[in-house]
Write a protein that binds this ligand. Structure first.
Ligand SMILES: Cc1ncc(C[n+]2csc(CCOP(=O)(O)OP(=O)(O)O)c2C)c(N)n1
Ligand code: SF4
Ligand SMILES: [Mg+2]
Length: 302
């Protein structure tokens, strides 16, 4: 690396993701979430990354992060986080690192890992009380391999493996997590940065298992113009499709109750993955069912 590049790197803020974006799609909502979370957590962070789009951020032996980075298979990021936490605890106990040199262990995983292949490892890590923060960027499909449907895909969305619209329902992972009684769980959206910041700062002050589920609008997989990523995130929240909430001390609290709620179809129409519901003619029945499910959710939440 030449001296000019090294000088420029030293001038960057400590959590600037060096080179981030070079191998990612423009307007990637997952990357925007990661930027915001990393700015809040700071450089004393070890990321344990399950295979997915974010894996492209690191090319061995380089990563854009100032802390550490460990790559794992899709199913085992939480188990990897246990190993990193144990290693840090041993170094602390032996006096090989000082308390202020300790690091926050963060799993960075997509929905395919989190809602599916890695759910067992996540469940067990929460059960063991592992001291870690788990960040799931939810782009509602297996994005890195061409957007096949996952357990997080919403009903009706076209994916590479559901050409006429996904027949299943998005798994209520937040409810599954809350049933584990972790130290903390929350949903966030990059389009609501203050809400996100409050939740990540709160989680960062805690010990034990903490899980953040972040909506990650994905221009490539959802089929929209990259410039609309933030607006689409806002519509997901304001239509009630992506509720913002947190679990703490046995209580679930909604941190934003959209009122009045934007009609769900305003959100759906922004994305090509739902275009078959409107063209060549409007498909009234699934649209009405989908709106009714959102209405029922908020009626229960009230
Ligand atoms: C066991 C296993 N099956 C398949 C793959 C191939 N693979 C790599 S990334 C990926 C998609 C992961 O989806 P998700 O966790 O949602 O992350 P995203 O790609 O959307 O960022 C798949 C299927 C793999 N790495 N391991
Ligand atoms: S496919 Fe989606 S999640 Fe993956 S890098 Fe592209 S925009 Fe981001
Ligand atoms: Mg995904």
């Amino acid at each position: 690396m030449n001296e000019t590049v090294i000088r420029r790197m030293k001038d960057l803020p400590s959590t600037h993701l060096l080179g981030a974006g070079t191998s990612m799609c423009a307007g990637c909502g997952g990357l925007e979430v990661l930027h915001q979370v990393y700015d809040l957590l700071g450089r004393r962070t070890v990321f344990v990354n399950a295979a997915g789009c974010m894996t492209l951020l690191a090319t061995y032996p380089f990563t854009p992060f100032r802390g550490g980075w460990l790559y794992t298979s899709m199913a085992s990021a939480s188990a990897g986080a246990q190993g990193v936490r144990d290693a840090l605890d041993i170094l602390l106990a032996k006096g090989r690192i000082a308390g202020e040199e300790d690091m926050t262990v963060v799993v960075l995983a997509g929905d395919g890992s989190t809602y599916g292949m890695g759910l067992s490892a996540l469940s067990s890590a929460i059960e063991r009380g592992l001291d870690f923060l788990y960040l799931c960027y939810d782009n509602e499909g297996y994005g890195n391999t061409g957007q096949q449907y996952s357990g997080a895909t919403p009903h009706g969305a076209r994916t590479a493996t559901s050409a006429r619209g996904y027949a299943g329902e998005k798994k209520d992972l937040f409810a599954i997590l809350a049933a584990h009684r972790p130290a903390y769980a929350a949903t966030v959206a990059a389009a609501e940065p203050l809400d996100l910041a409050k939740k990540v700062e709160k989680a960062a002050r805690m010990k034990g298992p903490r899980v953040i589920l972040a909506l990650a609008p994905c221009p490539t997989g959802w089929d929209f113009d990259p410039g609309n990523a933030v607006e689409i995130g806002r519509l997901a929240v304001n239509s009630g499709a992506w509720p913002l909430k947190e679990y703490c001390d046995g209580q679930v609290v909604h941190t934003k109750v959209p009122h009045p709620r934007v009609p769900l179809e305003t959100y759906l129409k922004t994305q090509g993955r739902f275009a078959h519901l409107f063209e060549p003619r409007r498909d009234e029945s699934p649209l009405a069912e989908m709106q009714a499910k959102v209405d029922a959710y908020w009626a229960r939440a009230a």
